[in-house]
Ligand binder design. Structure first.
Ligand code: TZP
Ligand code: MG
Length: 210
């Protein structure tokens, strides 16, 4: 498995990537310091996700960034990305692991301490914890955790954690103080005029908080 760094995890949303393409947004964000990029394209077909995953791998070649495919096992395998991310309502972690094999990274979304405690570190490599705050980016999100809830879920997790949901520059310090290993964002990078500068500013906050 490729080593990965959860510090600044960009989740690409096609609806929010209006000013720049998804590929350009990812390239710029990685140039600004994003360490992971997830393809999260709910409306796309598996073939479109495969094409997107391949283009992203090509665009980010030579960088250290890790590329993750949301939800779609076939697209994760066929596109040659570094890993797969699944949610609580998706395929079970053990089935996902059986399908992708041991070489790909497997991430899981969790929203409760109970779900974090159930994680088998032999199967899951990292968890996304959230939402920390309510966010219009994911209208069907679970109940927001706040920083205290985040700290509890993080403490219950046997694997590295990245916080998500409504996070902006000014929250980075408190996310790390809650024990999370990194910050995952959609709109704080995708919705901006300058994704490179947005990523750089988030990275500066991460450095300052460590
Ligand atoms: N999972 C929980 S919240 C969320 C996802 C994918 C969306 C986060 O988007 P934003 O724009 O960073 O609040
Ligand atoms: Mg999902």
């Amino acid at each position: 498995m490729k080593p990965f760094d959860l510090s600044l995890y960009l989740v690409l949303d096609p609806d929010l990537c209006q000013r720049h393409s998804m590929i350009e947004t990812a390239r710029e964000a990685v140039a600004g310091g994003a360490t992971m990029v997830q393809v999260r394209h709910k409306q796309a077909s598996t073939d479109e996700r495969i094409a997107l995953g391949r283009s992203l791998m090509e665009a980010l070649r030579g960088s250290n960034a890790t590329v993750i495919m949301n939800d779609d096992v076939t697209a994760a395998i066929e596109s040659g990305v570094d890993g797969l991310h699944i949610g609580q309502g998706d395929m079970t972690p053990s089935l996902a692991r059986a399908r992708i094999g041991s070489e790909l990274i497997l991430g899981l979304s969790v929203n409760t301490e109970g779900a974090a405690r159930l994680i088998d570190p032999a199967i899951i490599d990292y968890v996304g914890v959230g939402p920390v705050f309510a966010t219009p980016t994911k209208p069907d999100h679970e109940k927001p955790l706040g920083f205290d809830g985040l700290a509890k879920v993080v403490a219950a997790s046997p694997v590295p954690t990245v916080a998500i949901g409504g996070l902006k520059q000014e929250h980075v310090q408190r996310v790390l103080a809650a024990g999370a290993d990194g910050v995952a964002v959609v709109s704080a990078i995708c919705g901006t005029a300058d994704p490179r500068q947005a990523a750089r500013a988030l990275c500066e906050r991460l450095r300052a908080a460590r």
